[in-house]
Design a protein around this ligand. Sequence first.
Ligand code: IMP
Length: 183
Amino acid sequence: MRKSSELFFVSSNVHKYDEAKRILDSFGIRLSFLKSTLREIQSDSIHEIATLKAKDAFAKFQRPILVEDDGLFIDSVGGFPGPYSSFVFKTIGNEGILNLLKESRDARFVSVITYCDNTVLQCFDGMIHGNISMSQKGRGWGYDPIFIPVNSEKTFAELDCKDEISHRYHALENFSSWYLSNQ
Ligand code: IMP
């Protein structure tokens, strides 16, 4: 691992970067953005998708990078959309998800943050439990208007504290402890 080198978040999604930057700032780690659409395989495993994305990003930029892969897993529909969350959001969207669900609405949001440099490739997981709202609420991006985190009555889109509790926060907290102890 390189010492004190600049760290880049590679993604086509500026919302993910903005959140990751604020979260890593709170751990004293500086993050820069490389906006890029990476190759994304279809797989049942978020770790496999994240690992291949990280290899692709490092091959492209030859710098220490972070990539992220996420999934929304809804219990009553067998963990759907899970690793297919991005495709499902683009096709049926939040209204499509709401139309699928009946009473049981338990869900979890999972983040896998992957670090890659010239010697190391490592994944860090984060998760938050919650449930799917009855209708869209708030103005957030992606699934934020339909995901209500545990111990809340508001969706991610309506909450001010998303950065302190999200799946992304937990994955980046795990990454930060490892990264800072290896600097
Ligand atoms: P990806 O494949 O990692 O880009 O993410 C899977 C899907 O989940 C995409 O449609 C994202 O927009 C969505 N997503 C990931 N993280 C969040 C979040 O924090 N809030 C809302 N939607 C998210």
